[in-house]
Design a protein. Structure first.
Length: 206
């Protein structure tokens, strides 16, 4: 079996399997959504800060999203289908090196010109992935209770359109500064432990 036929079979089987099992929505979809939310929130908050504020978090989130999309199974399988189909069609008409180059170009063109737009169109009919507590990172929340001497108390956050209360812990820097959080104070979510349903917050203001 030639490389082109093998690539065509692997790509076709992979795309069919993704379509049947919903991996296109439940694999990279959820993670990509979280990264997208994180990147947009980071950029939004940094835009309102002083000019010297570092932009490393936003850049890292954007780069991670790009790399994640680059290694998407759907993209790899699509390129394999285009590569294999083009190679099968041209291997008898062109010399081996030229056929291989044309097959690579065919794989990219198939993904960018046919499979990518078609998949994006189909995903328009898919439900948006549910957001989790991690989507609140860098959001402002409100203290629902006074924080105790250990810097802990309940905070009210909005997750996926629903208002929920989670345990918040004031970050060490604010505790060391002697900040006392009262009910109604504004806080910012710095980190999240979704398994234990709690978060680390920083003080914003009363």
């Amino acid at each position: 079996m030639s490389l082109y036929v093998l690539s065509l079979l692997i790509g076709a089987v992979g795309l069919i399997a993704m379509a049947l099992t919903g991996l296109g929505r439940h694999g990279h979809g959820h993670v990509g959504a979280r990264l997208g939310v994180r990147a947009s929130r980071v950029s939004g908050h940094q835009a309102g800060r002083a000019p010297h504020t570092p932009h490393g978090s936003g850049t890292r989130a954007t780069a991670t999203m790009w790399l994640w999309n680059l290694t998407s199974p759907r993209l790899i399988f699509s390129v394999l289908v285009g590569f294999g189909a083009t190679g099968v069609l041209l291997r008898s008409a062109l010399a081996a090196p030229l056929a291989f180059g044309a097959a690579l170009a065919g794989g990219v063109l198939f993904e960018r010109g046919i499979m990518g737009p078609a998949w994006a169109f189909l995903m328009r009919f898919a439900s948006a992935p549910a957001l989790t507590l991690e989507s609140c990172i860098l959001d402002e929340v409100q203290a629902a209770t006074n924080f105790d001497v250990n810097g802990q108390g309940l905070v009210t956050a909005e997750v996926d359109g629903q208002v929920t209360q989670v345990l918040g812990t004031l970050r060490p820097e604010d505790r060391a500064a002697g900040i006392r959080v009262r009910a109604g104070d504004r806080l910012r979510v710095e980190d999240v432990d979704s398994r234990r349903n709690r978060c680390t917050v920083s003080y914003v203001g009363s």
